[in-house]
Design a protein around this ligand. Structure first.
Ligand code: NAD
Length: 478
């Protein structure tokens, strides 16, 4: 007999129970997005800006949304209908987040929360954005990455969103500034992915921290920056580290990358995987995902690792351990997944064979020393979106993807189902910090309380219980 499960979210001074039995079984949508943003890297030889409208900076446009609001800055409001369909597709797959939305919408645990967000702006984060608003929050949002914004999704939100695909560095900071530098509105929560929003507020508007109740940070880079602030005694609000939560690492880092590495490489470099020799640097969660996918496609995978446990795991999983310097002449592809700096440096790239593909699935743009390629003797040839050939004087060329930035974020769709778990974790962390009684959290960086991680899983599992077999169901907590 199937059990009836109920979910619990702990709020300060009270316990609220939500019924997790959702009536909607719904079809499982394609986890694969149909957006132009996500597929334009697929058009061989296509330019990044084929539409004349694309030449005009959104900063120079006057746009108005259906509610008569002008307080946003995006590429093209006319894409709103298309973006809405993308968001609806994402909602179908973001079961945990939708379950949280349904369970907590009447309680409004984020009523009076004013959240500034700096995340990727995609259909999935749009579901998070809209969930936070359903739970009572007001939000202003900028992109944390200049390439990953889905313009049609930004158009569908068109509500205090400042972001478009292909922002310049100056645009990037301008958009962040527009989120915080606004008359009559001061944020009291920060949702960050990379630490740029937090950095900007510290740098330009430190007085805002008087009202901020907490920061929820998703990325390892942002966590490093928060720890740095904390060590310097400058962190003036509590922060929750979502990046190191088990729910994110075990699902987002591993399964997301396992699914999106192949898609990214196909879309950018049109690679046949079978028989290719690949060096994967780092055998953490991301490296495990990438190498498993490539091995399954018939690639011969070499792993470079500095951690003895992860190195042994690579061996136990049937991979060949190597030093990058030892295999770099023979491999067809090098993929960095370490979260570390300067993993692939100029000396490595000088040794690579003609046509070697170099890309990064790890930390921002620091793993491949791309700056070392910007020297007069090397010619850069832009081939298509996210693909550059770097040509040596003897004619040898390497294929650099996404200019060394995180490949799958700009070139692939990401499994929405997995992102849903991370997004639910972020929402629960925001609820926790916003409602925490005085003194529960100090000015420090906290790991996600285990209870909240379990709550995120409960929301996801509540749907599994409806869609999977009884054998799976019996493993789940009652
Ligand atoms: N592309 C994505 O979608 C995505 C998703 C999640 C995380 N990330 C990023 O990917 C990076 C890795 O994440 P993770 O969860 O796998 O981290 P992790 O800590 O589990 O794994 C990193 C591994 O790299 C190894 N390493 C570090 N320096 C090395 C070096 N010089 N040579 C060889 N190996 C080295 C470490 O020993 C470790 O085993 C992080 O920066 C993370 O933010 C990317």
């Amino acid at each position: 007999m199937r059990k009836v499960y109920s979910l619990q979210i702990q709020y300060p001074e009270q316990t609220r129970e939500f019924d997790s039995r959702l009536t909607k079984t719904g079809r499982r949508s394609l986890s694969h997005s149909i957006s132009h943003s996500s597929t334009d890297s697929n058009s061989s030889g296509g330019s990044d800006a084929e539409n004349p409208e694309d030449e005009v900076s959104p900063r120079d446009m006057q746009q108005i949304n259906s509610k008569g609001n002008r307080d946003f800055c995006i590429k093209n409001i006319k894409l709103a209908g298309f973006g809405r369909r993308e968001i609806e597709l994402a909602e179908d797959e973001m079961t945990a987040l939708m379950a949280l939305r349904k369970a907590a919408q009447s309680e409004k645990p984020l009523a009076a929360a004013k959240i500034v967000g700096c995340t990727h702006i995609t259909a999935q984060t749009a579901v998070l954005f809209e969930t936070l608003m359903v739970l009572g929050a007001q939000c202003r949002w900028a992109a944390c990455n200049i390439y990953s914004t889905q313009d049609e999704v930004a158009a569908a939100l068109a509500e205090q969103v400042f972001a478009w695909k292909g922002e310049s560095e100056d645009d990037f900071w301008w958009c962040i500034d527009r989120c915080v530098n606004v008359e009559g509105w001061e944020p009291n929560m920060i949702l960050d992915d990379g630490g740029d929003m937090t950095h900007w507020i510290y740098k330009k508007y430190p007085h805002l921290f008087k009202k901020v109740k907490g920061i929820v940070e998703e990325s390892i880079t942002g966590i490093h920056r928060l720890h740095h602030l904390s060590k310097a005694g400058k962190l003036c609000v509590p922060a929750i580290n979502v990046n190191d939560s088990v729910t994110k690492q075990k699902f987002d880092n591993l399964y997301c990358c396992r699914e999106s590495i192949l898609d990214s490489l196909k879309k950018t470099a049109d690679i046949m995987f079978g028989g290719k020799q690949v060096a994967v640097c780092g055998y953490g969660e991301v490296g495990k995902g990438c190498s498993a996918a490539l091995k399954a496609m018939g690639s011969i995978v070499y792993i470079t690792e500095i951690d003895p446990i992860c190195a042994l795991q690579a061996c136990m999983d049937g991979f060949r351990l190597a030093k990058l310097g030892d295999v770099v002449r023979q491999v067809d592809m090098v993929i960095t997944c370490t979260g570390n700096k300067n993993i692939v440096v100029r000396e490595h790239m000088d040794l690579m064979k003609n046509g070697c593909v170099v890309c990064n699935m790890g930390r921002s743009n620091t793993e491949i020393d791309v700056n070392s390629l910007r020297t007069p003797e090397l010619v850069w040839q832009h081939v298509r979106a996210q693909v550059d050939h770097i040509i040596w004087p003897d004619g040898k060329r390497i294929v650099l993807l996404a200019e060394g930035r995180v490949l799958n974020l700009s070139s692939s769709t990401v499994p929405i189902y997995v992102l849903s778990i991370t997004a639910t974790t972020q929402a629960l962390a925001l609820i926790e910090l916003f409602n925490a009684p005085e003194g529960r959290y100090k000015q420090d960086v906290y790991l996600l309380p285990k209870k909240l991680g379990n709550n995120a899983m409960d929301f996801q599992n509540s749907i599994l219980k409806q869609t999977h077999t009884n054998e799976i169901c019996v493993c789940l907590p009652a």
